[in-house]
Design a protein around this ligand. Sequence first.
Ligand SMILES: NC(=O)c1ccc[n+]([C@@H]2O[C@H](COP(=O)([O-])OP(=O)(O)OC[C@H]3O[C@@H](n4cnc5c(N)ncnc54)[C@H](OP(=O)(O)O)[C@@H]3O)[C@@H](O)[C@H]2O)c1
Length: 229
Amino acid sequence: MPERPYTLLSCSVSLDGYLGDRTPRLALSNEADFDRVDEVRASCDAIMVGAATVRTDNPRLLVRSQARREQREARGLTPSPMKITVTQRADFDTDSNFFTTGESEKLVYTASARVRDARARLGPVATVVDGGRRVRMRRLCEDLADRGVRRLMVEGGGVVHTQYLADDLVDELQLVVAPFFVGDSSAPRFVTDGRFPWNAGRRARLAEVRQIGDVVLLRYALSARFQDS
Ligand SMILES: NC(=O)c1ccc[n+]([C@@H]2O[C@H](COP(=O)([O-])OP(=O)(O)OC[C@H]3O[C@@H](n4cnc5c(N)ncnc54)[C@H](OP(=O)(O)O)[C@@H]3O)[C@@H](O)[C@H]2O)c1
């Protein structure tokens, strides 16, 4: 079977399972948990988010801690991991933080038919990768492994989560639950509709429960490759 990176899906949700409330970057987590996420980021080779997250949240996706950036550099790595997104429309502001911050490589996967247009729009700020007739996450992961990515962090949003989880590509799920409700069914959910490998007949293994101030981290082992560190 072709190789794929160890894949860790990390996100925070409201008590009613939403990723946000339609305003950019709703803080579902707290400072202590942001720092924990920063540590996880620093341990990865690449971070992936969907195009809607790039447009809505304008994330930088950098390692925040100076000490962690220096530790990475001492290991011969860039201060922050490579950034990856996926798009059909390739409709991005090239001044957005995804493209303008950090020294690491930025990869944009898109379908073969869209590559030319995407390269014309994004050529100067990112590497546009031909993801095939339709971009499938399994193939994308195999391509990342070929590029030397051994550890991948998937950080949203729900459309991207759904594909990774339904295709059984996630080794570890880190789900943080915030102590409040969003209460708006038009807000983005943790996942959209899908056929997931874990259901009432095949329950996921809960590997850890950790209270971090007013939020709780749930770690699930979703594959035999799960690393209990
Ligand atoms: N709470 C958290 O931890 C957290 C983390 C991240 C994001 N969020 C929130 O999540 C929301 C966004 O989530 P979302 O589910 O709406 O979107 P998303 O997963 O971020 O992005 C979806 C977009 O990605 C592209 N895409 C996904 N799969 C593709 C494929 N196989 N081939 C080609 N393109 C593909 C498409 O982009 P195009 O439209 O460009 O074609 C699609 O519209 C935001 O509100 C953000 O604030 C929350």
